[in-house]
Design a protein around this ligand. Structure first.
Ligand code: DAH
Length: 350
């Protein structure tokens, strides 16, 4: 190869450097610098092409051209680096200023969750009975016929079973409990012969037409106290204190005789209508009273089923529906709202 070739290549190198430097200076984005890199320094780039062709030079010519080519390569690489750094910084700045928070814009409303009214009432009930020394006792939702009926003084064929129509399973022995009362027997069997003061909250199920007043699933809170010398006055005292804590001191209440197979005597507890305060309105059906719970002295057969000798022990029990209490408290006119899972219901309760 002649001297001419060497001169020629050196010239080309200078030209590439000039062009490349100018092109780099005018690159205005990091993306453009990447295109620039592949045009000059990439594997198919112009400078790389020259470096590859060095092999065709004679051994005497090669060092000079090779040295220059490498110098240019290094110079271009470092120019690229600094240009990219500058552009990256500007791009970051632009992105930042675009994303800057405009504090004058109105805020986005946050949707805050709410406690379900059943849960709210349950918590109030727990607090009230907790203050009177009642503990919470968990009992199963799936029950046997024995627990749901027989231990509660309703042998097979007992007419009172009609008051609690349930969902049966394919196993004839197993059913969904219709009330929390079977939990009384579980608690008694666990603690006998100790004294007991428990409440038993939980879900119940009834095979009944669903309407504004009755759902196929709902909650109940059962209460049970067993010991020696427990009398009807104790029941009355506890119920009065409960109603006063829930509805305010002096809120009128009354006990009405009633019937439940598992209590004797049995009562229903009414409070003065929360809406009209006893004057009479559509909510209380113009009676002035609202029924809030059933109660009574635990029937001797039930005490026996629980492992207590009725000659020595006595007890009282009660059962209430927190949804009913919530309906009266928050003016909810349809029980179906509770479990239809529409958040607007919770929003409305406030
Ligand atoms: N289990 C009854 C029901 O579901 C409610 C009830 C009434 C529970 C009287 C009791 C009670 O413990 O003494 O209708």
């Amino acid at each position: 190869m002649s001297n001419m070739d060497q001169q020629n290549i050196l010239q080309q190198l200078e030209q590439i450097q000039q062009e490349a430097s100018a092109a780099l200076a005018s690159a205005s984005t990091t993306e453009e610098t990447r295109a620039w890199h592949s045009e000059y320094l990439g594997s198919k780039g112009r400078l790389t092409g020259i470096l590859r062709s060095l092999g065709s030079l004679s051994p005497q010519e090669r060092p000079l051209v090779g040295k220059r080519a490498n110098e240019i390569k290094l110079a271009l690489e470092s120019a690229l680096e600094s240009r990219q750094a500058t552009l990256e910084l500007t791009e970051l700045e632009t992105a930042r200023s675009k994303e800057r928070v405009d504090v004058t814009l109105p805020g986005r409303p946050q949707t805050v969750g709410k406690i379900h009214p059943t849960t709210r009432v349950l918590r109030e009930i727990y607090a009230i009975f907790g203050s009177m020394g009642f503990q919470i006792y968990d009992s199963p939702e799936v029950e046997t016929d024995e627990y749901n009926f027989q231990f509660l003084n309703m042998p097979p064929g007992h007419p009172a079973r009609d008051m609690w129509d349930t969902f049966y399973t394919t196993d004839p022995e197993l059913l969904l409990r219709t009330h929390t009362s079977p939990g009384q027997v579980h608690a008694m069997r666990q603690y006998a012969p100790e004294t007991i003061r428990v409440i038993l909250p939980g879900k119940c199920f009834r095979y009944e037409p669903v309407s504004a007043r009755s759902e196929s699933m709902f909650y109940q809170v059962e209460g049970l106290a067993v010991g020696k010398n427990i009398t009807f006055s104790d029941l009355k005292g506890v119920m009065t204190s409960f109603a006063e804590q829930l509805y305010g001191p002096g809120h009128a209440m009354r006990f009405r005789k009633s019937y439940f197979p598992f209590t004797e005597p049995s009562v229903e507890v009414d409070i003065a209508c929360v809406l009209c305060n006893g004057k009479g309105c559509p909510i209380c059906k113009y009676t002035g009273w609202l029924e809030i719970l059933g109660a009574g002295m635990v029937h001797p057969h039930v005490l026996q089923a629980g492992g207590y000798d009725p000659a020595e022990y006595s007890g009282f029990a009660f059962g209430m529906g927190p949804e009913r209490i919530a309906m009266l408290k928050y003016g909810i006119d349809d029980i179906r709202y509770f479990f239809s899972n529409d958040v607007r219901f919770l929003e409305r309760i406030g």
